[in-house]
Design a protein around this ligand. Structure first.
Ligand SMILES: [Zn+2]
Length: 614
């Protein structure tokens, strides 16, 4: 059967399955889920079961088998269970001797107390389950229908939010859910508990918001914004390709992240997000981002990203398509949704994208394509020195596609945009959903759809380590990237009396963190004043000009006050003190702004780029 992640709820109603996972939650207070995996219609001598080592979308080997234990295997004949011999084939694969039986059962527990969007989190109040970290697959039988029976206290945990489809109405035996194949099961996280659920219909499809939070949050407001997001993205692609979609939103202290799935997404933010306008806008961009992935990455995808090998790294150079394009579109879609004004959108591009990339020396050391290929040991396994060694394919990839969109608009006199390229990639998926694309095919489709020969340009930007040609691409739209030194701000008080001068912040190349009453170095940028001063990661800043300083704010103020004259630092490294002189430089920032007197053509092209759907 060809690879498919498409499923409609009606397809699972009343189905039977020869592979069923029974999940019991009586050990939830100890952060355990008990799993009974029942495999029937066995015709082979052995049944091999494998726990994935990673979750698609999160490019890191996590060795989920490390959280698994108490494994026991049985054969079942005429309803009678007998213990079955088994052995481990490798760290995550189990071979059970079927001994001629038709049915094999394997029991195990899985421990989960890691609060991220790609790991299990189980306690007495809820269970968030990531199937790749719970459900071993049966080798050779991943294309069959799979069932999951949830046996929890349905009064304590009345809500089950997941893209898995109901097989029948919940009853005393539990909640029975299904997937047409293992790939769909692996892609279907579950939030089970007493969380808030809201449902709404857009474009004829059912949508669910599952809001898991220890703080009361405004679910009605969130629902309104989600309606806008669905409408705006559906307008881009011409409708939605699902019957039902689930937004899982987890609000817990200190978390941030998202993970995309075919008919759902998991989004995690701090509860304070809803009290802070800047953070709330980040949340809306995050929701736009993960929702956009249902098209770009789950369906429009590089060949390496589906079907998956769950036992090892799946290398791809094309995360520029998966994450670069999506990073560019998340803020652009926020703007199209009306969450940002034009000025706010330009400010986000300036601050969060262009200025941030300017502070990544690694962009001169590694290409975006290599950063993608090595994501398993780079972006997902960062050394404290990472910023100096490679650029994120999210950050640089997003900027590359900002440039590509403007390049297309300029070279077609505004008749095409990157939207046209995306829609053509979407058509390609619908014609051949079983197979992902090569990078070459993807670029050829973008060229055909936009009529622009962009291959050489795009590959240069994706393979290169030179600075991107910002102003060459911005100029035709009446935009310019101005890199300017931060200046002192005049502050007045009372009747317009001038306040003590607040000097401009300066640049050192240091990232600092306070911990336990000390000021510690977390990062040193290559080529920066801090590097020239010989300061290293993990060193402690003890004193400035002979006076003790353990407070980051104060440290920054002293440096700003002394300007570029320099300060004497006393630092601590590995049990010994040293002194050095730090000479900060002007703090530069990148601003994407409109030119003063745009031509008619510049104005017209700009309006094409920043057009909102009617
Ligand atoms: Zn993403």
């Amino acid at each position: 059967m060809p690879y498919s992640i498409e499923q409609r709820d009606e397809q699972l109603v009343g189905t039977t399955a020869n592979i069923t996972y029974v999940l019991d939650f009586d050990r939830a207070p100890q952060h355990l889920v008990r799993v009974t995996l029942r495999v029937s219609a066995v015709t082979t001598e052995h049944v091999t079961l494998v726990m994935p080592v990673w979750t698609p979308g999160s490019y890191k080997v996590r060795d989920y088998a490390g959280y698994q234990g108490n494994v026991q295997a049985y054969t079942v004949r005429s309803g009678v269970r007998s213990e079955a011999p088994f052995q481990w084939r490798d760290k995550a694969s189990l071979v059970v001797q079927a001994q001629g039986a038709d049915t094999v059962e394997v029991e195990y527990v899985v421990y989960g107390l890691e609060r991220t969007v790609r790991t299990n989190h189980i306690n007495r109040f809820h269970a968030f389950l990531v199937p790749t970290a719970v459900c071993m697959y049966v080798e050779g039988r991943t294309e069959e229908v799979h069932h999951v029976l949830l046996r929890h206290d349905q009064r304590a945990w009345p809500q089950v939010s997941t893209q898995l489809s109901p097989v029948r109405a919940a009853d005393a035996t539990g909640v029975l859910l299904g997937a047409l194949n293992y790939d769909i099961l692996a892609d279907s996280p579950l939030e089970i508990g007493d969380h808030v659920v809201r449902t709404f219909t857009v474009k004829g499809a059912r949508h669910e918001l599952a809001l898991a939070s220890t703080q009361p949050l405004d679910a009605a407001w969130l629902e309104q914004q989600l309606v806008r997001i669905v409408e705006t993205e559906a307008a881009l692609f011409g409708g939605v390709p699902y019957d039902r979609y689930v937004f899982i939103l987890q609000c817990y202290p200190g978390v941030y992240g998202g993970l995309e799935h075919a008919r759902s997404s998991v989004n995690a933010v701090d509860p304070s997000t809803m009290l802070d306008k800047v953070k709330a806008k980040q949340l809306l961009a995050l929701l736009c981002h993960e929702f956009f992935h249902l098209w770009n990455v789950k369906r429009i995808r590089p060949a390496e990203l589906g079907p998956f090998d769950y036992t090892r790294e799946n290398y791809t150079s094309a995360l520029w398509l998966a994450e670069g394009v999506t990073s560019y579109y998340d803020d652009l879609l926020s703007y199209r949704c009306g969450f940002l004004t034009q000025a706010e959108y330009l400010e986000i591009l300036s601050k969060d994208h262009l200025s941030r990339l300017m502070l990544v020396p690694g962009r001169f050391r590694m290409s975006t394509r290599d950063s993608s290929f090595l994501s398993w040991v780079k972006l997902y396994l960062q050394s404290p020195d990472a910023n100096n060694r490679f650029p994120s394919y999210y950050l640089k990839g997003g900027v590359v596609f900002l440039l590509l969109d403007l390049y297309i608009i300029d070279h077609t006199d505004g008749r095409a945009t990157l939207d046209d390229g995306l829609r053509a990639l979407w058509v390609r998926y619908q014609e051949d959903p079983a197979n992902g694309m090569s990078e070459e095919e993807c670029i050829a489709i973008l060229e055909r759809a936009t009529g622009v020969q962009l291959r050489e340009r795009l590959l240069l930007w994706l393979n290169g380590t030179d600075e991107l040609p910002y102003n060459e691409v911005f100029q035709p739209l009446g935009l310019e990237l101005a890199v300017t030194a931060e200046t002192a701000q005049a502050i007045t008080f009372g009747e317009e009396r001038s306040f003590a001068a607040v000097p401009a912040a300066v640049f050192t190349g240091l990232s600092l963190a306070e911990s336990g009453g000390t000021l510690n170095v977390r990062g040193v940028l290559d080529g920066s004043p801090a590097q020239r001063a010989g300061i290293g990661i993990d060193d402690e800043i003890v004193a400035v000009n002979g006076a003790r300083v353990a407070n980051q704010k104060l440290f920054e103020q002293i440096l700003a006050a002394s300007g570029q004259h320099g300060v004497e630092l006393t630092c601590h490294c590995d049990g010994r003190l040293y002194t050095t002189t730090l000479h900060p430089t002007a703090n530069m920032k990148a601003t994407l702004r409109l030119v003063d007197q745009p031509t008619e053509r510049q104005q017209q092209l700009l309006s094409v780029w920043l057009k909102r759907p009617a």
